[in-house]
Write a protein that binds this ligand. Sequence first.
Ligand code: PEP
Length: 254
Amino acid sequence: MRRKIVAGNWKMNGSADLAKQLVGYVRAEAGTLDNGVEVVIIPPALYVRDVLDQSGDVLGVGVQNVSQWASGAYTGETAADMAKDLGCGFALVGHSERREYFGESDDVVAAKVERVLASGLTAVVCVGETLEQREAGQAKAVVAAQVKQGLARVEAGQWSDIVVAYEPVWAIGTGKTATAEDAQSMHAAIRKVLAEMGAPSEDISLLYGGSVKADNAAALFAEPDIDGGLIGGASLVAEDFVSICRSMPAGTKG
Ligand code: PEP
């Protein structure tokens, strides 16, 4: 049985006030959900404390990035252990914006995954192809390589703390979404790669991300290998985010 997760990535948006108002509302609504979905908020690191204060035991909370190092003289960095210490349960790793703007390679992603797992957090590892790569027919090969390299340091026994988020780069923040069929096809391919790596692929949650909105979430979540969503823009609008969470069908996945 796989975890069903809807996670809101605020990116570099929000405020202490938003943390209070939006998270308070989402917590109240999430408390009424009966579809078994885990609702997670991933705010900027400076607002994690504010979000935790509002989350009760209803919402999960995560960070958008961690350092590849455990601790030490790395000014400006945040250690995975610190996120855990604060009360987080999740850390995003390898979001395409980090790969593109901060030069994160698959090796760096692998090092960060290792740190996240060592700290006891769940790693939400992001993968996805660019439009150029898709148009060149390379989408599945690119994503397979990202999965293999990014998860290269995961040891047997640690897979229960791995979630993979498939986010085609061309769909992030653009209003373009992969069709449910295309997303399902990629998720099935990712599960196959995980199986080839010796992972318990049927138990690993695979999230889709890329312009998921209240009006397309249900079709995506209905697919057998789509276990939830990583939501950017729509997670900043409380009603939309809750509506996406409600779009998850009841019953088990996997
Ligand atoms: C994201 O930030 O991971 C994301 C998928 O953004 P959006 O939903 O805005 O496309």
